[in-house]
Write a protein of this length. Sequence first.
Length: 290
Amino acid sequence: MASTLLRSVLYVPGSNPKALAKAPGLGADALILDLEDSVAPEAKAAARDNIRTTLPGMAGQSLHRTVRINGVETSLWQADLDGVLPGNPEAITLPKVEHPNQVETVATYLAAREPEGKSLPIWAMIESPLGVLNAFAIATHPRVSCLVLGTSDLGKDLGVEATPEREALHTALQMTVLAARAAKVAVVDGVFLDLKDAAGLAAQCAQGVRFGFDGKTVIHPTQVTAANAAFLPSPEAVTRARALVASWQAARERGEEICVVDGRLVERLHVVQAERILDLARRAAEKKPA
């Protein structure tokens, strides 16, 4: 996942053909084509067909295509996979994951249906207290490439009030980021539900950046731009990163492992951070228009 931009991850209901058709042109870095919460029980079968027929037309575009199936505790997930796998999604999003064995159940089902040598990644949704506590074990499953916060369900299970600042969720958010970083997988923040509160969305995106997320899930196209902007390094940050790397490389040529840039000591760990900023900026610049 290191080479995949995930600044904005847009949920798209599989039951809405018009939304599916428009989704690739909305500027999101990734799509979660949804068969779970946004799709009524009587619409599941049609939604599978919609997603399967839509996926091939998205191939080759500069976005990541994943499908959220129903959870393994339901009787729907096998039919979901059978319905959408012929469309060749790039990942499967699994909701309400609390144990690695839930991921393994889906992985085993996939392995029996995939071409030899193919291993479809799984995005595991962390949506409950137990999921947070088991996040590292979940993230280290070989199929898992991304953790996705489900903050609405998590807040419900914790019995806390949903506020834009999310004080009651700080520990859970940070624990999930820690688990993802320790497992070396991507991690994206939960959704912001108030579509009229642009300032609140911007503030929560900025909070997600401070906590170390790779990006944010969004529920409406109008939220994509804010997420993309928040999780992209500023021009000033890119300039500083370039100067830092150049100064450190010059120091290395002199046989030194540290240098001083703008009065601050720079060593290898700071260079790694600067190179990460430059890589993110490069990948965003190279992203093809929809």
